[in-house]
Design a protein around this ligand. Structure first.
Ligand SMILES: NC(=O)c1ccc[n+]([C@@H]2O[C@H](COP(=O)([O-])OP(=O)(O)OC[C@H]3O[C@@H](n4cnc5c(N)ncnc54)[C@H](O)[C@@H]3O)[C@@H](O)[C@H]2O)c1
Length: 256
C-alpha cells in the first residue's frame, strides 16, 4: 500500500500501460483520476478499478488542450484537495515519411505539449503550494534513438527528456521530483495499430529485442510506480529505460 491516500492523475489511463498503471496505483491504495480522450475507455477503467475494490474517477478530455489540462487539474483538486502524483502517459504515433509528414502538430501536441501543460497546471495549482509531489513522464526509447517514419514522435519523445530534466532542477526546491520512463517495445494498442499498417516490419522488430519479447504493460507500470513512490525519494531528473536491453543494443548488431 505504497500509495495509501495519495491522489494520482494518469493521462491516457484508459488502455495499455496507462490502464495497467492506473490499476497498480489503485491496488496500492491511491485514488486515481483517469484521463482519456475516449470517455467510455476512461469510464471502463474506473469500473474495473472499482470492481477490484479500488478508488477512481474519470476526467475525460484531449490532453493536448491547455484548457483541458487546467480544468482537469482544477477538478481533481476540487474533488480530492490536491494532486500528489502526475503520470504523463498519453501518447500517439503514426507512420509517415518525413517529407510527407502531415501530423506534426497532432503528434507533438499529445506527446510533448501535453506533458508540459499538465505538469505546469499541477505544479502551479497544487504541488508547489503543497510543497511536494512526483511527476513521471512516459517518453520512449525513441527519445534516445531514431527509427524511420515518425519524425514528430521521435522529436517529441526526445523533448520529453529535456522537459523532465528542466522541471526536475527547477522544482527540486519545492519538493517535487520529476522523472521519466523510456519504455521499449510494449504489447499495447499503439503497437497493434502500427503493426496493422506494416506487419513485416514488426516481425524483425520483435527479433531485435535482446530479451526476445515485447514488454507487458504491467512491467512498465511497476517501474512508473517505483519512480512515483517514496522508495525513489532521492531520485529526480532520472531517465529510466525499461526496454529489455534494446538501447544497450543500439550498436547495429543483431542480438546474440
Ligand atoms: N507500446 C509501446 O511499444 C511504447 C513504447 C514506448 C513508449 N510508449 C509510450 O507509452 C505511452 C502509452 O502508450 P500505450 O502503448 O499504452 O498506448 P495505448 O494506445 O494503448 O494507450 C494510449 C492511451 O492514450 C489515450 N490517448 C490518445 N490520445 C489522447 C489524447 N489526445 N488525450 C487523452 N488521451 C489520449 C488513448 O485513448 C489510449 O487510451 C505513450 O506515451 C507511448 O508513446 C509506448
Amino acid at each position: 500500500m505504497r500509495f495509501k491516500d495519495r491522489v494520482v492523475v494518469i493521462t491516457g489511463g484508459g488502455s495499455g500501460m496507462g490502464l495497467a498503471t492506473s490499476k497498480l496505483f489503485a491496488s496500492e491504495g491511491a485514488t486515481v483520476a483517469v484521463n482519456d480522450i475516449k470517455a467510455e475507455t476512461a469510464a471502463k477503467a474506473v469500473s474495473e478499478i472499482e470492481a477490484a475494490g479500488g478508488k477512481a474517477f474519470a476526467i475525460p478530455g484531449d490532453v493536448s488542450s491547455r484548457d483541458v489540462a487546467q480544468k482537469s487539474v482544477k477538478e481533481v483538486i476540487a474533488r480530492c484537495g490536491r494532486i500528489d502524483i502526475l503520470i504523463n502517459n498519453a501518447g500517439i504515433a503514426t507512420i509517415q515519411p518525413a517529407e510527407e509528414y502531415s501530423e506534426w502538430e497532432r503528434i507533438t501536441g499529445v506527446d510533448l505539449d501535453a506533458p508540459f501543460y499538465w505538469s505546469q497546471a499541477a505544479g502551479a495549482l497544487t504541488m508547489i503550494p503543497g510543497k511536494g509531489g512526483a511527476i513521471v513522464n512516459i517518453s520512449s526509447l525513441a527519445g534516445h534513438v531514431a527509427y524511420p517514419g515518425d519524425v514528430g514522435y521521435i522529436a517529441a519523445k526526445a523533448g520529453v527528456l529535456g522537459l523532465t530534466r528542466s522541471l526536475a532542477i527547477e522544482w527540486a526546491k519545492h519538493g517535487i521530483r520529476v522523472n521519466c520512463i523510456c519504455p521499449g517495445f510494449t504489447d499495447t494498442q499503439i503497437i497493434k495499430d502500427m503493426e496493422a499498417i506494416d506487419p513485416d516490419r514488426f516481425v524483425e522488430r520483435r527479433r531485435r529485442v535482446p530479451m526476445g519479447r515485447a514488454a507487458r504493460p504491467e512491467e512498465i507500470a511497476k517501474a512508473v510506480a517505483f519512480l512515483a513512490s517514496d522508495d525513489a525519494s532521492y531520485i529526480t531528473g532520472a531517465i529510466l529505460n525499461v526496454d529489455g536491453g534494446q538501447i544497450a543494443l543500439s550498436s547495429g548488431w543483431s542480438p546474440a
